[in-house]
Write a protein that binds this ligand. Sequence first.
Ligand SMILES: Cc1ncc(COP(=O)(O)O)c(C=O)c1O
Length: 440
Amino acid sequence: MASDGVPQRTGNNLDPWYANYAERAAGLAASEVRALFAVASRPEVVSLAGGMPFVSALPHELIVSSMEKVMRERGAVALQYGSGQGIPELREQILEVMAIEGIHGSVDNVVTATGSQQALDLVAKLFIDPGDVILAESPSYVGALGIFRSYQANVAHVATDEHGLIPEALRQTIAALRGQGRRIKFLYTIPNFHNPAGVTLSAERRPEILEICRSNEILVLEDNPYGLLHFDEPAPDALRSLDPEGVIYLGSFSKTLAPGFRVGWALAPHAIREKLILAAESAILSPSSFSQLVVSEYLATADWRGQIDTFRGVYRERKDAMVEALGEYLPQLNWTNPNGGFYVWVTMPDMLDSKQMLPRAVKELVAYTPGTAFFADGRGRHAMRLSYCYPTPEAIRVGIRRLATVINGELDLLDTFAGTGPLQLPPSAGYDSAPPSDLK
Ligand SMILES: Cc1ncc(COP(=O)(O)O)c(C=O)c1O
C-alpha cells in the first residue's frame, strides 16, 4: 500500500497486471519455439513444422458460389445468432459423414463448435478440476496438452507403438495412478493417423482399450480430425461406434474441407450433451451461422467424397516424397510411415536434441516441430514431428536434404568431441518409456 492509500500494482515492467492473473493462466505459456516459427514462415524456409491443410486443392469457384447462395437465399439466418447446439441440417449431414466410420448417432447428440478445438476445450471445461489426471498417448497433440494445462490437469502419457496405444501400458498406468490416489477424468486419444506420431490404433486393440476404460469407469475422448484421409486401408471403425455411451467423439471439417470455416463438432453420449450445449452457449452463445450454412451448402451440392479422395491423393504423394527422402538422406534415423493424415514422427539417436538443433535448422532454411512440444513432462528431446501436408513433394525433398545437413553436422560434431569431456550431452528421453511416477 502506498502512503496515499492507493494499492500499488505488484506486476512487473512488462506487465503491470502480472500478479492479478488466475492461476490457470500460468498454463498459457507460449512455446519456446514460437519466435523461431515466425522466422520459419519466410518463403525461403521449407517448413515441415505446421499442420496447414493444402486448401489450394479445393474447388475455389464452388465454395464462392456456396457462399453466394447462402447469402442470397438465407442471408437473414446466416447473419443472425443461431442455436448453441448448431444448425439442424448441418448436424444431420454430420451424421452422414460419421456413418463412413461406422458411427450411428442421433442428431440430438451432435453439437457443432468453432472447430473441434473448441469442442475439446468445452469437454475439458466440463470435466477437469485442478489436479485431475488426463491419460493421453505418448506423444500427444500439442493443442490438447495446452488445453489440459490451462485447466490445471496433469497429463499421464501412456506408451504407444506403431499400432497405437498399448493396452497393457494403459492398464499399468491406470493402476499406478489409482495406487497414488489420483483421480483420472478421461482418456484423450487420436486413434487414426495420429498427430504427431502418424500411427493408427489397430482394429484388434480398439475393443480392449474400450474395455479397460469401461471397467475402470474412465470416459474416452476420441479426437478424429484425420480419419477420412487414409492412403491405403481405411481406418478401422471409430471407437465411438463400439461404445456409444462411453465415448465422446470429436470431428472436424478443417482437414476434409477447410480450417478457415472453423466448423467442428462433438457427438456426445446423451447424458453429457446437454451440459456441452450449456457450456457452448456460455462460451460463445452460438457457433457462426454463416460458416455452418456454407459448410452445409457445400456438403449438399459438392462431390465432397470426391474432394476427400483428391486430398488423399495429394497427401499420399507428399508422404511418399517425405519417406523416400528420409530413406535417402537420413537412413540412420527411425520414422513412422503413416497410412493417412499429415505427420511423420522421427526419432534420432539419443544424444541429439531437436529443440537445441532448431535454430541451426532454421539457419539452413528448414523447420520442424521439436518432440518436446508433444509431451507434458519434458520428454521428446530426441524426436521431431515432420508435416508433409503443405509443401510440394519437391520442397519436401529439399527440406529433408537440408535437415540431413544439420543432423549430420551435429553427429560429426559429437563424434569429434566424443570422449574429450567438455561437451554436455542432453539426457536421453525415450518417447515410449513409462510415465514418471512422480506426476505433479
Ligand atoms: C488432433 C487434432 N485435434 C484437433 C485439432 C483442431 O482442429 P480444428 O481445426 O477442428 O479446431 C487438430 C488440428 O490440427 C488436431 O490435429
